[in-house]
Every structure is written in C-alpha cells, then in structure tokens.
Design a protein around this ligand. Structure first.
Ligand code: PNW
Length: 461
C-alpha cells in the first residue's frame, strides 16, 4: 500500500476504551487493615529468598490510603476505563463465609470515585491473591477452591453490580497455575506439575461457575470477561520437530484455556502429551460445559512473543510434560528491563488469530506495557523514551489488527503506577507514573503525558 499514513488512518474507532490497569496486591499495601488476612502472596513474599530483595506488598504503592489521589491521576490522564482487582482476602478473610463490610467499602469508595470522575470501572475478581486459608486446604489443585471462588464472585457482584458494568473473573490463569504450582516462581511456590494441571482445570471450572453466579447476580447489561496471557508462539525453523514444539506450547499455554472456555472441550493433544503425568480424571462430567458458559468478551495480556524449538528445558518448568521436548529460544532484538524482547508483531498475530478462531467474541487488550529504568532530570521530570516507543509500536499493532477486522474494543496500559512486580519486587518499574516508594510521591513520566495525548486525540500521530 503506497498511500501515505495520515492522522486519520491511525485513529481508533469511536467509543474505543482507553484504560490503565493495576492489581490489588501490587499497589494497595494495608496488608493487615480492615480485616484483611494474608493471601498466598503475603506468605510467599515474606518467605526468605522468594522475592528479590525480600520485598513484600505490605505497603506497596499505599494505594489503599491514596486512592483519591490515584483516581485524580486517572482523571488527568483522561482514561475512559480503569481496570483494578478486588482482593479476595479483604472481602472473605478465610475464603469462605460472610463478607467483611470494611473490606468491601474500600472498593465501593473506589468505584464511586471513578464514576464521579467519569471513568468506567473494570473489576477483576482474581489477580492471584488467594486467601492463605484456602491454600492451606489445598489451593487451586483442589476442586473446592473453584466453588469458593464462585461464592466470593457473587458476594462482590451483589455489592458492586449496580455500579460496575464490566467484570473479569480471572487474570492470567496460566501464570497462576503454572508459575504458582509447577515452576514455583510465583505464590504459592509449589513445584508439582500434576498439581499445576489440576489447578488449570479448576481455574476453568472456577471461571464457569463464577460466570454463572455473576449472570445471576448482575444486571442484564453487564459484561463478563476472562483475561488470558496468550502466548504468541513461533517456531525457530519450519522443521517438523520445531513445529511440534509450537503445537505443544500452544496446547499448554493457550488451548488449555481457550478450548474449555470457548468450545467446552479439552485439547486432545494436550491430554495425550501429558498422559505420563495424569489421566485427567479430576475433570468431571459437566465441568467443560460449566467452563464454557457464554461470556461477552475476552481480555488478552501481551508483553512479548515466545520462540521455541525441539529440545529440552530446565526443570522445574512451567510446562508440564514438555521439558524433554521443547527448548525456549531467546528472541532477537531489543529487550525491556525484564529482559523480555520487544516485538509488537506478536500482539498483531494474537489478535488476528482470535479474529479467525473466535469471530463472534469482542476482544480487549487488558494489559500491555514495559518495564524500563526511567531517569529523573535535575528538575525532577521523569523520562522514559523506551516505554513511549514500546507503547507506540504496540498501539500501532492494535490499530493494524482492527483495520484487518479484529474486534478490539479497548486497550489497558500496564500499569498506572510503578508497583510490586511479583518475584522481582520493586526492582522493575512498569508505571507511567513514577512512585518514590520512600515517600510515596507520584510523578507522571513522559509516557503518561504521551498516553494522555493519544487518548485526547483518539489515536496515534
Ligand atoms: C502479568 N511470565 O504478569 C500480570 O498480570 C501483571 O500483574 C504483571 O505485573 C505484568 O504481567 C508484568 O509482569 C506476568 O513470566 C508475569 O510469563 C510473568 C509472566 C507473564 C505475565
């Protein structure tokens, strides 16, 4: 196409949802306030050697006490939507039984502040902070955890359903199942591949049971969604062996959730690939029908692509049954501070794949962003040119996917604030707003001003 790119060509559709995203444990702090009990991330981060520098989310970005200031930042950015998560152990400290009103009150106030600022709240019910008591009872490898999740989902929906129109059941069940129970780099830090496969199934079940509870408790216009970190998997070469490695990782990373949720079935090749580990008898009659309760949109979190070849990888790995079959190849090109490759084509690949495979399902990019070491100049201004370049390239990819027919309804930048980056603690900064964790002072980075301009003009220049 030889036509010059004009401003109009980089405009996003009217009504496009422009947001930022955060998660409760990563920003709230106030770990023991108003009845909140420990989640698996409190336990994990307080255990020596699990999180870099011994960092914990005890204080984090102190959002629990600075919520009004943070909503004011969102208003200044001009976002139309804000994606946050609800901390289960604030609502149900033991993971069961009656709700704690003071815990729910925080989210009531947050939602009211957002609405008063003209911002649509997008609530995620699970962003990895399982009440520790439920982990003590077996955690996600146990079926009962899925039932408990649906009960908790109903409680939150009954309280916030009149004011929150968009709901996400789970954030990234792949990370929660396989980094939490197989490689052990995330809470609860277990290294049991079968437990991880069981957890993945119970996440699908939990999603379906919660979807059912939400449909029942929410007003009819409500939107119910699920967020997956889908893997854009590419082969190192076109050899049959490398393509088989792609198939395996696509099964364990993508289809393990997509097939149950959208088609009510387990991938046959996944069951075959993992036959030496499990016969999948924890999947009961009716579970896959439950998991496939219709939803209104799919959220995709994307950071970088995955390149694989035939070979082997270290154990414990987050890929049960693939350790002797698949080698992960560092993708070429520039890297973020996470050492993750920068490659916006992977986002385009995922969005157009979903356009083809799930043509009826509206999509939202529920996370995209990058960690970089930003720097302050003597005036105090915080510069992060690499982040602006990363975001621009990825928004361009979203725009291209929309132009090619993908039904992408919104984009949520990860993240509003520098925060607790899981196993990396505070050493990695994803925010477009800098947080000085000693003083909790917030300073908008250059990327925040850039994003505000993108939102203001409805697209890229
Ligand atoms: C996502 N991986 O986490 C989460 O949803 C966010 O809470 C997090 O801060 C963000 O991405 C940046 O990491 C991931 O190792 C963590 O494949 C790890 C992986 C993927 C996503």
């Amino acid at each position: 196409d030889a036509r010059p790119q004009t401003t109009a060509e980089l405009r996003f559709p009217g009504g496009f949802r422009w947001g930022t995203a955060t998660a409760a444990y990563q920003i709230e702090g106030a770990a023991a306030e108003d009845g909140r009990t420990p989640s698996i991330w409190d336990t994990f981060s307080r255990a020596p050697g699990r999180v870099r520098n011994g960092d914990t989310g005890d204080i984090a970005a102190d959002h629990y006490h600075r919520m009004d200031e943070d909503v004011a930042l969102l208003k200044e950015l001009g976002v139309t939507d804000y994606r946050f998560s609800v901390a289960w152990p604030r609502v149900q400290p033991t993971g069961r039984g009656p709700a704690v009103q003071r815990g729910l009150d925080f989210y009531r106030r947050l939602v009211d502040a957002l609405l008063a600022a003209g911002i649509r709240p997008v609530a995620t019910l699970y962003h990895w902070d399982l009440p520790q008591e439920l982990e003590n009872a077996g955690g996600w490898p146990q079926r009962d955890t899925a039932e408990r999740f649906a009960e908790y989902a109903r409680i939150v929906a009954e309280v916030l359903g009149d004011r929150v129109a968009t709901w996400t059941t789970l954030n990234e069940p792949w990370c929660a199942a396989f980094l939490g129970y197989a490689s052990g780099v995330h809470a609860p830090g277990r290294t049991d591949p079968v437990a991880a496969l069981r957890a993945a199934h119970h996440f699908n079940l939990a999603h379906g049971l919660a979807t059912r509870a939400l449909r029942d408790a929410l007003p009819r216009r409500s939107e119910i969604s699920l967020t997956l970190n889908l893997h854009a998997v590419r082969p190192l070469t076109d050899s049959a062996a490398d393509l088989d490695a792609v198939r395996r990782i696509d099964a364990l990373g993508n289809r393990i959730f997509l097939d149950p949720v959208f088609h009510g079935r387990l991938p046959a090749d996944l069951v075959e690939d993992t036959a030496a580990l499990t016969d999948w008898s924890f999947v009961r009659d009716g579970d896959l029908a439950t998991a496939s309760a219709p939803i209104d949109s799919l959220g995709i979190n994307y950071y970088s692509p995955t390149v694989v070849a035939a070979g082997s990888c270290d154990t414990p790995s987050p890929w049960p049954g693939a350790e002797e079959r698949v080698r992960f190849v560092p993708a070429p090109g520039p890297r973020t501070a996470m050492d993750w490759p920068v490659d916006a084509d992977g986002l385009y690949e995922l969005l157009t794949r979903l356009r083809d495979e799930l043509p009826a399902t509206p999509l939202m990019v529920t996370e995209n962003g990058a960690a970089y070491d930003d720097y302050a100049d003597p005036s105090g201004a915080v510069h992060d040119p690499e982040r602006v370049a990363y975001l621009r390239a990825h928004l361009h990819a979203v725009h291209r996917a929309i132009a090619d027919g993908a039904k992408v309804r919104g984009y949520f930048l990860w993240s509003l604030l520098d925060n607790f980056e899981w196993a990396y603690g505070y050493s990695k900064r994803f925010g477009i707003v800098h947080v000085d964790f000693a003083t909790q002072r917030r300073t908008a980075k250059d990327s925040a001003r850039w994003y505000a301009r993108v939102i203001g003009r409805g697209g890229l220049d």
